[in-house]
Design a protein around this ligand. Structure first.
Ligand SMILES: Cc1cc2nc3c(=O)[nH]c(=O)nc-3n(C[C@H](O)[C@H](O)[C@H](O)COP(=O)(O)OP(=O)(O)OC[C@H]3O[C@@H](n4cnc5c(N)ncnc54)[C@H](O)[C@@H]3O)c2cc1C
Length: 550
């Protein structure tokens, strides 16, 4: 039986874990020599902790001698994640994004490690970019392995509760490792609640560091605990970026790397829509595709490296002008003051207007198809509405785990709104059934979805399709309701740009620029959003120079 105190944890010794697909690489002697210049050697006694779940600002540790176990703390036996021997390093992507770590590292014998402060690690990898890439790749892979084994936070609640759904969406959009424990379906739930003395009516709860309980926290409270919410105290930033999708992230990388003090807020999570894409296959330089989540994590690390700060959730609610500065007021009343503002709020999904949607939406209707949603409907029949690329990607992805995938499109031709390569793939995927010329006309079920009724738009024929989850991927509208009357918008609500001397991305208001999907006339692609974010920074330099502020 393991015993733990605040500084040590006694566990049975385990052998080193084999490297899984590059998640646990061993550094070469040359790489360790390079890192040695930036760190210090340290001896750590058997059973002592190198870092604990919940810590922030941890060093980057390389094991030099002996082995270190990385575990997830629970209210019972700690769960082993991996054991690392000489030449392997500890940590995950939280180390680079200044969030809390989701694991605990304990010396299995008296060990020797190299401890490198994260700031110095950034210097070291600038001398050896291959080393930087190896570490970043391993860190992002570890995040998905942690999620796969159920490490990280635990959320216990009813799948029919709106707050459970909110918390699950928030942690999965933020790529926080977590395990969802369903009150109705998971036998373990009752035992955990009893041991932690939580009455079921106080769920959903988030369990943190094995035994710390947050009772139905707001997204904001949870974000503060895990280090996502962190607005820097500064009188005025050079540039405030509203929205951390590809456009906002690109603006942050280019702005910060060119010396602008840059703060980025996002209402939900970094990565925007792109982070909900399982595989982006048309982004330059990634012939095998890249998951949107990995692209987002890489961009956040890159922007932070140049000094940009991030705060999530931070929803912009109004834009004002005080003493010549732009002032963005956030949902919680905090204000960001900046010389220039980049609006990069992208678009949000459209809902279906059909009977049954309001009732069944919290439990069974989804607007993205990520690992999180796929896990919830593994082995079940699912239905997707939509004929664009998002729907096509979702169909191919969900077909790997769902019992059957119904794809409902309003017209005859799958190739009309979907890229050819994707439509070919959808047509070749055996478990996908395409319902052409149909619409979803009703959702059926009491607490959870049992079927959708589809209607043939040519013959009027109605038929039920057994389904436990409905994915609505039917397009989007801009996130600009909060800007009505404050800057010029087009008739669909997209931000108009290009009418002033400061360039094609400036809005009707000096110092306020708009980029990416939210901009009127933009091309809705990751690459174009990134390009716009980068170009807008050039225009901000011109604006600041003309205003005598740089
Ligand atoms: C499932 C899916 C798959 C896709 N696949 C591809 C693909 O393979 N290739 C491709 O090129 N494109 C793809 N796209 C499209 C691509 O993701 C978008 O064009 C791109 O993400 C747009 O970037 P953006 O930064 O302009 O906006 P978004 O990605 O929409 O990001 C906007 C961000 O702003 C935040 N925000 C909104 N309002 C506020 C506010 N008031 N305050 C603070 N923050 C706010 C949002 O939370 C969001 O994070 C896909 C889209 C989806 C949904």
């Amino acid at each position: 039986m393991p015993t733990s105190s605040s500084s040590e944890l006694r566990l049975p010794e385990r052998p080193e874990t084999p490297d899984v697909a590059g998640a646990y690489p061993r550094l070469t002697d040359e790489q360790i020599m390079l890192l040695s210049r930036f760190g210090t050697r340290r001896r750590v006694a058997k059973h002592a902790l190198l870092f604990c779940e919940g810590d922030r600002d941890c060093d980057f540790f390389v094991v030099l001698d002996g082995t270190v176990a990385v575990v997830h703390e629970t209210d019972g036996e700690p769960m082993l994640i991996a054991v690392h021997g000489p030449g392997r390093f500890l940590g995950d992507v939280s180390l680079l994004t200044n969030q809390t770590v989701y694991s605990t590292a304990v010396a299995q014998q008296d060990v020797e490690v190299l401890a490198v402060p994260v700031g110095s690690l950034e210097e070291a990898v600038s001398e050896d970019p291959d080393l930087g890439d190896l570490i970043l790749r391993a860190f992002t892979l570890r995040r998905s392995l942690q999620s796969g084994v159920g490490a990280g936070l635990r959320i216990i609640g009813s799948r029919f509760s709106g707050d459970s759904r909110r918390l699950r969406d928030f942690v999965s959009r933020n790529r926080i490792p977590h395990r969802w424990i369903d009150l109705e379906e998971d036998g373990e739930a009752e035992g955990i609640l009893r041991r932690l003395d939580i009455p079921p009516e106080q769920t959903p709860v988030v369990i943190w560091k094995g035994r710390n309980v947050l009772r139905n926290p707001s997204n904001d409270d949870l974000a503060r605990v895990i280090g996502l919410r962190a607005l820097p105290a500064r009188a005025a930033h050079d540039m405030a970026v509203i929205g951390a999708g590809p456009a906002g992230l690109a603006a942050a990388v280019y702005g910060a790397s060119e010396g602008l003090s840059t703060v980025v807020v996002d209402a939900v999570a970094t990565g925007g829509q792109a982070a909900t894409s399982t595989q982006i296959e048309n982004y330059l330089g990634f012939p095998a595709g890249i998951s949107g989540a990995e692209l987002a994590d890489r961009a956040v690390v890159q922007a932070r490296k140049f000094g940009a700060s991030f705060s999530v959730p931070g929803e912009a609610r109004s834009l004002g002008l005080v003493d010549g500065y732009n002032v963005v007021r956030l949902e919680d009343g905090e204000e960001l003051t900046a010389h220039a503002v980049i609006l990069a709020m992208g678009v949000r999904y459209r809902r279906l207007e059909v009977p049954g949607l309001d009732r069944l939406e919290p439990a069974s209707v989804y607007y993205a198809a990520t690992e999180n949603e796929a896990r919830l409907c593994r082995g079940d029949p699912v239905t997707i509405v939509g004929g664009g690329n998002s729907a096509g990607q979702a169909a191919v992805f969900l077909a790997r785990q769902a019992a059957a995938v119904n794809l409902v499109i309003l017209h005859e031709n799958l190739y009309r709104d979907m890229s050819r390569y994707l439509a070919d793939r959808v047509s070749r995927t055996p478990r996908v059934h395409i319902w052409r010329n149909y619409e979803v006309s009703e959702l059926v079920g009491s607490a959870k979805l049992a079927a959708v009724v589809i209607r043939n738009l040519v013959s009027g024929e109605m038929r039920p399709l057994e389904t436990t989850a409905l994915f609505v991927l039917i397009g989007s509208m801009p996130h600009t309701a909060w800007l009505q009357g404050q800057i010029p918008l087009d008739d669909k609500g997209f931000v108009r740009t290009g009418s002033t001397r400061d360039g094609m991305f400036e809005t009707g208001r000096p110092g306020v620029f708009a980029v990416g999907d939210v901009r009127s006339g933009s091309v809705k692609r990751v690459a174009s959003a990134v390009g716009e974010g980068a170009i807008a920074v050039r225009q901000i330099h011109d604006f600041l120079a003309a205003a005598g502020r740089r």
